[in-house]
Write a protein that binds this ligand. Structure first.
Ligand code: FAD
Length: 617
């Protein structure tokens, strides 16, 4: 049997796959999403939450480009929190605790709205390759699905092995088969493949928890949505609760470390340092006698609780003992054991910045398969691969995300230039321009550009245009209103004797007054909607930094624009060390800027690269 031909075939209905398929369909491509189960879209393998620090920035960028993760998170949100609320807007990250079932429904509904998108249930075991290019996939039953571009988003399933204590077996996540045949096929190709691992905690029954003695953790009273298009939560809001491990918990874990899959020598893959298992925490931070645990409901109509902070690969009997040593969990029932999973990933330095494999035209990779961890990182890569896979079908040039204008660009550049030594997760500290790359201004950075590229629809583009005009109008109003030192003094602001009259915008930039005071100082400003005033305030706070950053960015852009021809070999260049030459051969940087960021690149080596490029050109 042969399925009808498609422009883009996406393998995997996880976060990367759904965002890729949706983006490609928005671009006008005819898309097939082939996944193990029709019910895969929107499944969250681990914690029922979207967003957070760095991750929330990625979700906002996906949303600014009309992607689905933000609006689905809002539709399923049962608790909204803006993390780092007390710090500056640049490092604040919106986060949503989601009802798992509602998130799945929301994602399925978004996929169903796309008439050019077909979901095919099937197990992909092979790639169709003709004349050196990938031209589709083959299913376990021998059926072929042909497509001009193929995107692999196989997540933790690729060569997946599940570990609980000393037991291990193939699987993609608990209850699902792994993708073994495809892993074998890829291992037989000329690709650099490694192993990574991650883990998840046991799930607990809410009924078995003694909530009375635990601290409640409520959501924000003024919820901040993930999507620019959402107004307010739609589902009932709930509290989480906080408890802690104690010395007894740690004793149980320490006494059984040799039975942990991770410590008993059953796992070779490298795990995420930033998301340590409870075994890791107890050994690496041996001086700490307690670790915080957030008890997070998995939904409104379920008994399942996700205890955030105790992921493990200890045997089930040990999991039960350590869980029951924790306050509030003395009679806890485990509904599903914690486990670790080990899986194959492909060295992302094999990829171009559009997430395609130059050595295998037609093939794109996105998500966990590229060495990342997290729903948001996966979804953002899915968007990039989806856009580019669709553009390839109409012979369009690839679209590249710059690290100067988006966290998506930061991630893609980090992955393709530096590769990964452990599962890659987004942090605000990874971005050198983080004062400009804020979650609150993702639409200003990306929506108009996304409209030009073709992935942002009319409605979203118009919505953004109206907001941009309002922000501009309110900013002009603030720039024309003059404030006297005596006006400020009347509102309790300390002013020096030499203080002069300034524009309200400058006063806001200095951080001396908040939005409410600004509105009180000018009826003209008070007329604008509150959200617009707040956006102008955030822009004003970063105004001077942004000007400085724009100058730095221009200098960097000059490097970025110096392209390194793909046929230029550095092998015979005398001024470069063997190590740098090896790296250049491996990474194949497409620009001098990318070469500059390569691990091991020195200023002297960069000058040599630059002069070689000029000589060649
Ligand atoms: P996935 O969500 O894994 O989706 C892959 C999809 O591909 C699935 O729908 C599957 O059915 C499909 N598929 C695979 N192979 C085939 C095939 N051959 N044919 C057809 N379909 C196929 N993230 C964190 O941020 N922090 C954590 O602590 C964390 N812990 C985790 C613990 C566990 C045990 C697991 C399983 C995951 C964990 N994650 C964690 C990772 C998080 O789930 C992933 O980062 C995210 O889901 C990756 O998205 P993805 O789209 O790349 O892949």
């Amino acid at each position: 049997m042969k399925h009808p031909d498609f422009d883009v075939v996406v393998v995997g209905g996880g976060h990367a796959g759904c965002e890729a398929a949706h983006a490609a369909a928005r671009m006008g491509a005819k898309v097939a999403l082939v996944t193990l189960r029709k019910s895969d879209p929107g499944v969250m393998s681990c914690n029922p939450a979207i967003g957070g620090l760095g991750k929330g920035h990625l979700v906002r960028e996906i949303d600014a480009l009309d992607g689905i993760m933000g609006r689905c998170g809002d539709a399923a949100g049962i608790q909204f929190r803006l993390l780092n609320r007390r710090k500056g807007p640049a490092v604040q990250g919106p986060r949503v605790q989601a009802d798992r079932a509602a998130y799945r429904s929301a994602v399925s509904a978004e996929m169903a709205k796309m008439s050019a998108l077909t979901i095919i249930e099937g197990h992909v075991t092979d790639l169709l390759v003709s004349h050196g290019s990938v031209s589709g996939i083959i299913l376990e039953d021998g059926a072929a699905v042909a497509g001009t571009s193929v995107i692999l988003t196989t997540g933790t399933f690729l060569g997946g092995t599940i570990h609980i204590g000393d037991q291990s077996y193939p699987g993609g996540r608990l209850g699902s088969d792994g993708s073994i045949a495809l892993a074998e096929r890829l291992r037989g190709m000329d690709l650099r493949i490694g192993r990574l691992k991650t883990g998840t905690p046991p799930r607990l029954s809410a009924k078995s928890i003694d909530w009375a003695g635990l601290d409640a953790q409520p959501g924000d009273t003024d919820p901040v949505m993930l999507s620019f298009a959402s107004k307010s939560p739609v589902l009932r809001q709930v509290d989480c609760a906080i408890t802690h491990t104690n010395s007894e918990t740690h004793d149980v874990i320490r006494a059984n470390l040799d039975r942990s899959a991770m410590y008993g020598g059953h796992i070779d893959g490298v795990g995420p340092r930033y998301c340590p298992s409870i075994e890791d925490k107890v050994t690496r931070f041996a001086e700490k006698d307690s670790h915080q645990i957030f008890l997070e409901p998995e939904g409104l109509n379920t008994d399942w609780i996700y205890p955030n902070g105790i992921s493990t690969s200890l045997p089930e009997d040990v999991q039960l003992r350590y869980v029951r040593s924790i306050r509030g969990l003395e009679a806890a029932e485990i509904l599903q054991p914690g486990y670790a999973i080990e899986y194959d990933f492909i060295d992302p330095r094999c990829l171009s910045a559009d997430l395609s494999l130059p050595d295998l035209p037609g093939l794109f990779l996105a998500g966990q398969i590229n060495g990342t961890t997290g729903y948001e990182e996966a979804a953002a890569q899915g968007l990039v691969a989806g856009l580019n896979a669709a553009r390839r079908c109409v012979d369009g040039d690839p679209v590249h995300f710059s690290r100067m204008t988006s966290y998506i660009g930061v991630m893609i550049d980090d992955l393709t230039t530096r590769g990964v030594t452990e599962p890659y997760r987004m942090f605000t500290s990874r971005a050198e321009y983080r004062l400009s790359l804020r979650a609150d201004n993702a639409d200003a950075r990306l929506t108009s550009w996304g409209y030009e590229v073709g992935c942002v629809g009319e409605e979203r583009a118009e919505q953004y245009q109206r907001k941009a005009e309002a922000v501009e109008g309110c900013t002009s109003a603030m720039k024309t209103v003059d404030v006297l030192p005596s006006d400020l003094a009347m509102h309790g602001v300390k002013v020096s004797e030499t203080a002069k009259r300034r524009s309200l915008f400058d006063v806001l930039s200095s951080g001396q007054v908040d939005v409410d005071t600004a509105a009180a100082l000018s009826p003209q400003v008070a007329e604008w909607p509150e959200e617009i005033q707040r956006q102008v305030h955030r822009n004003a706070l970063y105004h001077t930094y942004e000007e400085r950053q724009a100058r730095d960015a221009m200098a960097l852009e000059r490097d970025e624009k110096v392209a390194i021809p793909s046929d230029l070999s550095f092998d015979g260049v005398s001024g470069l060390s063997t190590e740098v030459k090896d790296k250049l051969r491996l990474v194949k940087p497409q620009s001098v800027g990318q070469a500059r960021r390569m691990e091991g690149m020195t200023p002297a080596a960069l000058l040599t690269v630059l002069s070689e490029v000029r000589r060649h050109g």
